[in-house]
Design a protein around this ligand. Structure first.
Ligand code: ADP
Ligand code: GLC
Length: 478
């Protein structure tokens, strides 16, 4: 099949979270499975300099955006064994310090930037001589694409591609003042509660849910959760209406990136049968972060966007209690300043036990995964979550709240004592998390059990080769 993937971030070109990892890996997995996949994404600052093999395409976008026309260029990069990638080049929109925000403030023209990008996606889908069978869009930034395709179909586009929307996170919907709707040049008739309108505002994700041929989200449990009021973020009604085309497909892991045997970020390789390297990674990590380097102290790690979703509040509460025991905690994160302050205070309180690092740092992310004994992910909700799956492969036992993809990817002792891969807790409060940490400490004190759990974790297979077929099945329903 021919699949055009569209996303506002794609690893390794741009990334703020798991969305980038997922789209980059899905592109490769589709190619590996014998399909033609092409990705389109914005050309952000610095990408061209990093990829000099990129070529300008003989293509000029000149597209209506409200009452004006906006122009942009197109670049392409061919990579062997990978999906070809197109970059939409509009410097005023995309050559900026951030992707969505700067200094913690969203860009004021995000509606304009991503509506324009969505129109470029549709333009490519329609006019590229390579005719995609499916346009697969990811999250709110490109969620208007299905409506735009439908509109062009009505206006005479014979046999347009099927559209598939993947919801990576229902909490981010792309909600803008009603005036922004004019930028879409879509008929006013779809600006209603059945379509793009949400309490008088433009809601890009809602338009995607309403008009996409197929909707997927990134774990089976999250697919069920989002049709309930508790997790529906106001869109559970429209999701229930479209439930017959909604599927939950657990994300895979790109083991070419996230592995412990051939990984340039790690101090020492290791694997199920050769665990000595894991110990060295731990000692090096402790040293690197200024903590006492001692193999016998259980080390807990977290790598996260610091957002409400991630359970920061209960984590701070549980750690304040548990750090009185013999344990260490390291954090790599960025996001809300208030949460950063919370972790900073924790580090000040427990200077020999806690190390925090703010900002984005890929090498450190791999090192924390490799060097930690346990990985904490107490999310309030989690569409899929990738870090717990990375942890499994790195022999770092995940401690997760049983929600969304965390529940779908980690097996607790109570579920299966023989094959357990991690520790789960259900209730969203510090006490439950502290109890889970206590269980982890008990596990750590029993080397045989701990090693068995590690082995199970490292052997768990979440490779894309398996998952990709679920997407193909969805595409083939057209
Ligand atoms: P989400 O997409 O909700 O942030 P995921 O678990 O799906 O959560 O994916 C997060 C991705 O972002 C992982 O690849 C993780 O390693 C990475 N990441 C998050 N914060 C940082 C950071 N501060 N530095 C480096 N990588 C980070
Ligand atoms: C979102 C979700 C996360 C998921 C990622 C990739 O950012 O928050 O749970 O793993 O998308 O699908």
């Amino acid at each position: 099949m021919k699949i055009l993937l569209a996303s506002s971030e794609v690893y390794p070109f741009s990334k703020t979270g798991g969305l980038a990892d997922m789209v980059g890996a899905l592109g490769r997995a589709l190619v590996n499975a014998g399909h033609e996949a092409v990705i389109v994404t914005p050309l952000y600052r610095g990408i061209r300099e990093k990829y000099p093999a990129m070529r300008k395409v003989d293509w000029r976008f000149d597209l209506p955006l409200g009452l004006t026309n906006v122009q942009a260029d197109l670049w392409e990069l061919n990579r062997t064994g990978e999906a070809k990638i197109y970059f939409v080049d509009h410097p005023a929109y995309f050559d900026r310090a951030g992707i969505y925000l700067e200094n913690h403030i969203s860009y004021a023209d995000n509606a304009e930037r991503f509506i324009f990008f969505s129109k470029c996606v549709v333009n490519l889908a329609r006019y590229l001589p390579w005719r995609p069978d499916v346009v697969h869009v990811h999250d709110w930034q490109v969620a208007l694409v299905p409506a735009l395709v439908l509109q062009q179909k009505i206006a005479g586009w014979g046999n347009p591609p099927a559209t598939c929307l993947t919801i990576h996170n229902l909490a981010y919907q792309g909600v803008f003042p009603a005036e922004a709707f004019a930028l879409t040049n879509l008929p006013e008739s779809i600006f209603n509660t059945e379509g793009a309108e949400f309490f008088g505002l433009l809601n890009c994700l809602k338009a995607g849910i309403a008009f996409a041929d197929f909707i997927t989200t990134v774990s089976p449990r999250y697919a069920r959760e989002i049709t309930t009021e508790e997790f529906g973020c106001g869109l559970d009604g429209v999701l229930r209406r479209r439930q017959s085309v909604l599927t939950g497909i657990l994300n895979g892991v790109d083991y070419a990136e996230w592995n412990t045997t051939k990984n340039p970020h790690l101090v020492k390789p290791f694997s199920v049968g050769r665990m000595a390297g894991k110990k060295i990674n731990k000692l090096e990590l402790q040293k690197e972060l200024g903590l006492p380097a001692d193999e016998s102290i259980p080390l807990f790690g977290t790598i996260s966007r610091l957002a409400e979703q991630k359970g920061v509040d209960i984590q701070l509460g549980a750690l304040a209690e548990m750090l009185n025991t013999n344990m260490q905690f390291v954090l790599l994160g960025s996001g809300s300043q208030e949460y950063e302050r919370g972790y900073r205070d924790l580090a000040r309180h427990f200077p020999r036990k806690v190390a925090v690092h703010f900002g984005y740092n890929e090498t450190l992310a791999h090192r924390i995964e490799a060097g930690s004994d346990f990985f904490l992910m107490p999310s309030r909700f989690e569409p899929c979550g990738l870090n717990q799956m990375y942890s499994l492969r790195y022999g770092t036992i995940p401690i997760v709240r049983a929600t969304g993809g965390l529940d779908d990817s980690v097996l607790d002792w109570t579920q299966n004592a023989k094959f357990a891969t991690g520790i789960k807790f259900s209730e969203y409060n510090s006490r439950s998390l502290a109890k889970a940490i206590r269980k982890a400490l008990v596990l750590f004190s029993q080397p045989k059990l701990f090693q068995a759990c590690r082995r199970n974790a490292m052997k768990a297979d979440f490779s894309w080769d398996r998952t990709v077929h679920d997407y193909i099945e969805v595409y083939q329903q057209r």
